[in-house]
Design a protein around this ligand. Structure first.
Ligand code: NDP
Length: 449
């Protein structure tokens, strides 16, 4: 076992998500580390499993009734060897240091894969925006930024959105940063179009995932056209995955939130996707309400023995997990195989447990790991940073074309790298190795810092 992996297990035994993500990466990198003595001598892996900096801070805020609350805020700055730290902020009650560290670690490899000059970072809070008024969310975001502003900057660290952080939250945080610093800079991405945002950024993660899946299918002589596709989640990533699947002629049949899932045997229509966007982004309602509005929508609550696993138990060709980490376990993966799934492309980060990945690999299905398949979101954030630096705006068509080109390049890089290390078709190895090598080369060149 690598010193690096053992080091993590010994030092952070209470961080299961972080250990899981390091284990997955290490399993892939063994062949690279065996082949490259310079990486071993410089202890690149051991250095890469330790973040450059972690900031943990108190976020006090007041609710509408005047009551005081205290949440915990995080910013984990993982690696800046190839560019400023870059990665989203997550607001969700489950947020803790283990989750922040796994996300920032993964982000480093993903950002490297995008071909753009971005290091890796992640942040967030255990604040739960669900059920909070706009004013409460605003006060929380202002308090969060009142501390985070010290640690970020357009050439230092550029946060964005993630679960629980969308256009509304980015707007409040940007306003606070602009006021404190008295400067208008591209310090956050995912901004609104009236103040420095980029076209296609909201769509980018979901669209990019479908572009990546299309490439995987084509490389295997298959197509997404007519493919029955399961999708989980109903937030930003899920909404635009559903939309792009419909546009490319696939048949998306499911979506979910943390309470239950919906199944539409004859497939989503554009009208249903528009309803879902309004329900989730404007009304901030629950997915169950889709079944009240459309008679052909079946609602399946997660209160049975199978829990959220029921959402993967449908006859289908493809699956696009787009909710949260570890949403596919070994049993879910086996159910998918039994139900005819031949492609899984991850929209959420670390969607699949190590056991689930093993099932996909044993059954040789097309499996796109999140570091590659959902990289379109951060890649388009990178394009937003470029436009902010130029004080210029590309058209939606230009940004979409650049996003497509990036996803095609990431796909080719994964395949070429997997083949180079003797495991053709292994997208997990391809994504981990290619993402690692670029960062490793930069770290070697920059010495022991
Ligand atoms: P949102 O907050 O917009 O949506 C998250 C969705 O997942 C909600 O529908 C939420 O339901 C659902 N969900 C949360 N927990 C569970 C659960 N345990 N079971 C089932 N559903 C659940 O987040 P995003 O769409 O932005 O992010 C989704 C995933 O994609 C995350 O893993 C994120 O890290 C990843 N990602 C996001 C990017 C982006 O650009 N936004 C970029 C790259 C990756 P509920 O409303 O009940 O909470």
């Amino acid at each position: 076992m690598s010193e690096g992996l053992q080091f993590v297990k010994d030092r952070d035994p209470h961080e299961p998500e972080f250990i899981q993500s390091v284990t997955e990466v290490y399993e892939s990198l063994k062949v690279v580390l065996d082949a490259e003595a310079a990486y071993r001598k410089a202890k690149i892996f051991e250095r890469l499993v330790e973040p450059e900096r972690m900031v943990i801070f108190r976020v006090p805020w007041q609710d509408d009734k005047g009551e005081y609350h205290v949440n915990r805020g995080f910013r984990v700055q993982w690696n800046s060897a190839i560019g400023p730290y870059k990665g989203g902020c997550r607001f969700h009650p489950s947020v803790n240091l283990s989750i922040m560290k796994f996300l920032a670690f993964e982000q480093t490899f993903k950002n490297s894969l995008t071909t753009l000059p971005m290091g890796g970072g992640k942040g967030g809070s255990d604040f739960d925006p669900k059920g909070r008024s706009d004013d409460e969310v605003m006060r929380f975001c202002q308090s969060f930024m009142t501390e985070m502003f010290r640690h970020i900057g357009p050439n230092t660290d550029v946060p964005a959105g993630d679960m629980g952080v969308g256009a509304r939250e980015i707007g409040y945080m940007f306003g606070t940063y602009r006021r404190i610093k008295n400067e208008f800079t591209g310090v956050l991405t995912g901004k609104g179009m009236s103040y420095g945002g980029s076209w296609i950024r909201p769509e980018a993660t979901g669209y990019g995932n479908v572009y990546f899946a299309g490439e995987m299918a084509e490389a295997a002589g298959r197509t997404l056209k007519g493919a029955v596709c399961m999708v989980s989640g109903s937030g930003n990533v899920a909404q635009f995955t559903l939309e792009k699947l419909l546009q490319v002629g696939a048949k998306p049949v499911s979506a979910s939130d943390s309470s239950g899932s919906i199944y539409v045997a004859d497939g989503f229509t554009a009208e249903m996707i528009a309803f879902l966007k309004n329900l989730k982004n404007v009304k901030r309602g629950r997915i169950k309400e889709m079944a009240d509005a459309f008679p052909n929508v079946e609602y399946i609550p997660f209160d049975g023995k199978a829990g959220p696993g029921v959402q993967w138990n449908h006859k289908a060709d493809c699956a696009f997990p787009s909710a949260t980490q570890n949403e596919i376990n070994e049993a879910d993966a086996q159910n998918m195989i039994n139900n005819g799934v031949w492609l899984v492309s991850e929209g959420s980060n670390m969607s699949t447990t190590l056991g689930g990945i093993g099932v996909f690999q044993e059954n040789k299905i097309l499996y796109g790991p999140a570091k590659a398949s959902n990289a379109g979101g951060v890649a388009t954030s990178g394009l937003e940073m470029s436009q902010n630096s130029m004080r210029y705006l590309w058209t939606p068509e230009e940004v979409d074309q650049k996003l497509k080109n990036i996803m095609v390049t990431i796909h080719k890089t994964c395949l070429d790298t997997a083949a180079k290390y003797g495991r053709p078709g292994d997208y997990v190895l391809g994504a981990n190795a290619a993402g690692f090598i670029k960062v490793a080369e930069a770290m070697l060149a920059q010495g022991l810092v």
